[in-house]
Design a protein around this ligand. Structure first.
Ligand code: AMP
Ligand code: MG
Length: 398
């Protein structure tokens, strides 16, 4: 049985390149940018008036002049106008171009304005004040957003302002999520006493949705011939297959042998971890197969531990490791890596992880009480000390 580190290593050696596609910029939220976004002009593109008020020549104020005849109004959206007599002023609005032949803006709060004349009521004015200088934020040609950035609302605004109606992003893989098991019925059905509703496909769909990866879903009963027939066609159609269930040691866990018979190259089966030990991973020329054990917590944690970094690395990103401080001593006896469910709280800039007492990997409801998992390494030690720092995986923003 291989270690978690070795399993991760094998998975990251088997990434895929899905290529690039160009999509409307507003649909790009959450996607991975695949081009540098460059300033198409100076930011701001002209000397921008930053306050509603008047624009003057500072030298007249310096010579003691306080009353300035108003020559006109420069509104936002109007072409630049020119102050004809340098001793006069222009009324100017935020977002307007600074009129030619002026150099300083005084806000209305510091001016008395009547229809013809503006009188400055304060004694101190800095030359050049209240002007957002052309190119002072960024000059034309500067890279504003680097390739491989995950696009957020901030990036959408910048894409809009530089006129990128469409944008190049990482193409998403074609994913099929398959649940297995004769005990499972649909969400809208009333299960009989010996049945349960399927939930894993929906958590997997949602975990992939966090990465903006759309996925199709299917369910196959525990019948070898049907499994084989369906998977054969999925292997041709999809870049990734995610399975939940049928990879353990049960009499009806046919998945490993079916995948083998279909020519999927097994890279490992079983990882020394809890939960999620029976995980099976393999590849064909065009498809990666992640077969997670069916217990809900196992499927959930393995998707985050293995599929997430596999996808991010495939798309050209590095997944960052987050850590937290153990808030309590933990005893964990088996010599396996442990992904323990925890609540995460932050205090004075530090993140603390408090273990949740779940009822094992079948305890689906415990996922709701937790915020994520803390990864305790495989070691001979039994006790993990309060105050030690370990990697975490979280499914909530906190
Ligand atoms: P298996 O890995 O197929 O042996 O399944 C292990 C446990 O997980 C069994 O109790 C299954 O009923 C449960 N299980 C498997 N698949 C699902 C699913 N899609 N949704 C909820 N529970 C599941
Ligand atoms: Mg099963």
């Amino acid at each position: 049985m291989i270690t978690v580190a070795k399993a991760k290593h094998i998975i990251l050696e088997n990434t895929q390149d899905f290529g690039i596609e160009e999509i409307p910029f507003l649909q790009a939220i959450g996607r991975i940018l695949k081009e540098d976004i460059v300033a198409d002009r100076d930011f701001p593109p002209f000397n921008r008036v930053a306050m509603d008020g008047i624009a003057i020549n500072h030298r007249f104020f310096e010579h003691g002049i306080r009353d300035f005849k108003i020559e006109g109004i420069q509104a936002a959206g109007n072409p630049q106008q020119t102050l004809v007599n340098a001793a006069n002023c222009y009324e100017v609005m935020t977002g307007a171009v600074l009129p030619n032949n002026t150099d300083t803006v005084i806000r209305y709060e510091d001016v008395d304005v009547n229809t013809l004349v503006a009188t400055i009521t304060i004694d101190e004015i800095k030359e050049g004040q209240n002007i957002h200088r052309k190119g002072s934020d960024k000059s034309k040609g500067t890279i504003l957003i680097k390739k491989n950035t995950i696009i957020s609302a901030a990036e959408i605004g910048v894409l809009a302002t530089v006129g990128k109606t469409t944008v190049k992003v990482a193409k998403q893989p074609k994913v099929m999520i398959v649940s297995t098991g004769d005990e499972l019925v649909d969400v809208n059905e009333n299960p009989l006493n010996h049945q349960i509703r399927k939930s894993n496909v929906y958590t997997l769909v949602s975990l992939l949705n966090n990465l903006k990866i759309p996925a199709e879903t299917a369910h196959i009963t525990d019948e070898k011939s049907i499994l084989k027939e369906k998977i054969e066609s999925y292997l041709k159609q999809y870049d990734v297959l995610l399975f939940s269930g049928a990879v353990s040691k049960g009499k009806f866990d046919f998945l490993p042998e079916v995948l083998d018979e279909l020519g999927v190259q097994k890279l490992f089966h079983r990882v020394s971890q809890r939960p999620g030990k029976p995980f099976w991973f393999g590849v064909t020329d065009n498809c990666n197969v992640f077969a997670f054990p069916g217990n809900p917590v196992s499927t959930f944690v393995n998707c985050m531990v293995y599929f997430y970094p596999w996808y991010l690395t495939s798309a050209g990103l590095h997944s960052e490791e987050k850590t937290a401080i153990l808030a309590e001593n933990i005893n964990f006896k088996p010599n396996l890596s442990c992904f323990m469910q925890v609540n995460l709280t932050s205090k004075n800039g530090q993140v603390y992880a408090t273990p949740i007492q779940g009822n094992g990997s079948g305890d689906l409801a415990s996922l709701v009480e937790a915020d994520g998992f803390i990864e305790l390494p495989k070691t001979e030690e039994i006790e993990f000390k309060k105050g030690s720092v370990f990697p975490i995986l979280t499914y909530r923003s906190f």
